[in-house]
Design a protein around this ligand. Structure first.
Ligand code: NAD
Length: 497
């Protein structure tokens, strides 16, 4: 019988009664490896109840004491790195090196969160009026929820809970049902770091679990990362239920290549950014915008040669550069886009379908040239190893099409001209911009978030925005009159005079 993945509530593994279950697969073989419980209302109630109770004492601890737990957590994450990345590769399929990369980016958020005593400092103004001082404080919200996608089972949850917790909140993670095991290891290590029970909880499941969390009156805030249609629904539902919400959605990231760029550097960058993690990254480059036919022809030639040597294999194989896709369903979706691209009239330069095997969800790197902006393969997020090349005559046309696209997560430019790069950085309609950097995922002390249909809500993830999202601001205006002074009633709107 397949191993059953349980929920983690109040410091222990918990099963529901008569719950639905989902199957978990090894994408490299297509074999079912585990089953995961899908939470119902009763399990969600139990998790919220535990988190609500734990909030009472956790929120009272000093920020320094909370952050010390995360210093210890960082050490434990590093100690257990091999186990963590093995869990990711077994259920997601990405290469072990790539999984290590996401763990590193997650640990960086933990390191940033350790600065809570500093980052939670408020502001103070002396003498804003006669004998009046003013100060602001940031207080925890209560029970916070994180709903995360399959593509970063470690990093995306770690964008959320370390910051939520050091701020004094308690947390319920609803990870992707496709690769749920890593979340339990994260929980186990939190317990080892001496996080009190109930402060961090994991419930597995699908829409039923998410709906129960979104409508629960004791949940204060919801962080979501996933596809745009779901992000939009989550944001609306969370707002209707009176919750603070940040919902990060899908992407179609463009890379504008100018004629003065170093094309060898660009080709290497596009290989990694287009095909790394089988294109299943919200910051993957999926559209190359080449300025001029000479640049386009050169890029197609160089990419074709590089793709021929790309090592597509199970993520556990040494030197593998690209693993399988997450599921059969997703493989079918991505291959249907390749068929669609041919029907729409784009030139299929490299057809990754030739690399499909009878075992596992493998697909080779795919390259389309002469892609037009009215094609669906240009407009829609494919989320696979499919790179579309669009030819434009000049910088202005390239910038215009990028800005017209529905999504605005990331955008990159490759050029040796500082003025062009500066104009691009200023005018491009995207939340994260790379200059000669293909995947500009901000460091943990900045914040991550897109524009347009790539983010719904007002706050980006982690960095100082994370601290703002997970706290509410209170401003205290205080007068301490001298004992000898007489007071009078005032009926006009107070001013500082
Ligand atoms: P998804 O939207 O299918 O699922 C995300 C989460 O929502 C999962 O936990 C899932 O169980 C839950 N969910 C799915 N359907 C739901 C429904 N109808 N109601 C409530 N909850 C539901 O996304 P995915 O396939 O897991 O991940 C890939 C997507 O995530 C891509 O679109 C990618 O661009 C996006 N993504 C975005 C970012 C970002 O920062 N903007 C980062 C990573 C991934």
């Amino acid at each position: 019988m397949a191993e059953m993945i349980k929920h983690y509530i109040n410091g222990e593994l918990v099963s529901g009664t008569n719950e639905r279950v989902g199957d978990v697969f090894d994408p490299a073989t297509g074999e079912k490896t585990k089953e995961v419980m899908f939470a119902d209302q009763a399990i969600v109630d139990k998790a919220v109840d535990a988190a609500k109770k734990a909030f009472l004492s956790w929120s009272k601890l000093t920020p320094l004491r909370r952050s010390r737990i995360f210093f210890k957590y960082k050490m434990l994450l590093e100690e257990h790195a091999d186990e963590l990345i093995a869990l990711v590769t077994a259920e997601h399929g990405k290469t072990l090196d790539d999984a290590r990369g996401e763990l590193t980016r997650g640990i960086e958020v933990v390191e940033f969160a350790c600065g809570a005593p500093h980052l939670l400092k408020g502001e103070f103004s002396e003498n804003v009026g006669a004998q009046v001082n003013c100060h602001s404080i940031r207080q925890a919200l209560g029970v916070c929820v994180g709903i995360t996608p399959f593509n970063f089972p470690l990093m995306v949850p770690m964008w959320m809970f370390p910051i939520a917790l050091v701020c004094g909140n308690t947390f319920i993670l609803k990870p992707s049902e496709k690769d749920p095991s890593a979340s339990l290891k994260l929980a186990e290590l939190l317990k080892e770091a001496e996080l009190p029970d109930g402060v961090f909880n994991v419930v597995h499941g699908d829409k039923t679990a998410v709906d129960a969390l979104l409508t629960h009156p004791d949940v204060q805030a919801v962080s979501f990362v996933g596809s745009t249609p779901i992000a939009q629904t989550i944001q609306q539902k969370a707002v209707e239920n009176g919750k603070r919400v940040q919902a990060l959605g899908g992407a179609k990231n463009h890379c504008l290549v100018m004629s003065d760029a170093d094309l060898d550097q660009v080709t290497n960058a596009l290989m990694g950014a287009g095909y790394g993690s089988a294109g299943e990254r919200c910051m993957a480059i999926s559209v190359v915008v080449a300025v001029g036919d000479e640049v386009a022809d050169q890029l197609v030639k160089r990419l074709k040669a590089k793709i021929a040597t790309l090592k597509v294999a199970a993520g556990t194989i040494k030197d593998a550069e690209m693993g399988p896709l997450i599921s059969q369903q997703h493989l079918d979706k991505v291959t249907s886009y390749i068929k669609l691209g041919e029907e729409e009239g784009a030139t299929l330069v490299v057809d990754g379908r030739k690399l499909q095997s009878s075992k596992g969800y493998f697909l080779g790197a795919t390259l389309f040239d002469h892609v037009k902006t009215d094609m669906r393969i240009y407009q829609e997020e494919i989320f696979g190893p499919v790179l579309c090349l669009v030819r434009v005559p000049d910088f202005e046309t390239g910038l215009r099409i990028i800005n017209k696209h529905e999504f605005g997560n990331g955008a990159a430019i490759f050029t040796m001209n500082g003025g062009v790069a500066a104009t691009f950085s200023e005018q491009v309609q995207a939340g994260m911009v790379g200059v000669n950097v293909p995947i500009p995922v901000p460091m943990s002390f900045y914040s991550f978030g897109g524009w347009k249909h790539s983010l719904f809500g007002d706050y980006h993830a982690y960095g100082e925005e994370g601290f703002r999202f997970y706290t509410k601001l209170k401003t205290v205006t205080a007068r301490w009159p001298k004992l000898t002074e007489a007071s009078i009633a005032e009926f006009v709107m107070p001013t500082a005079e």
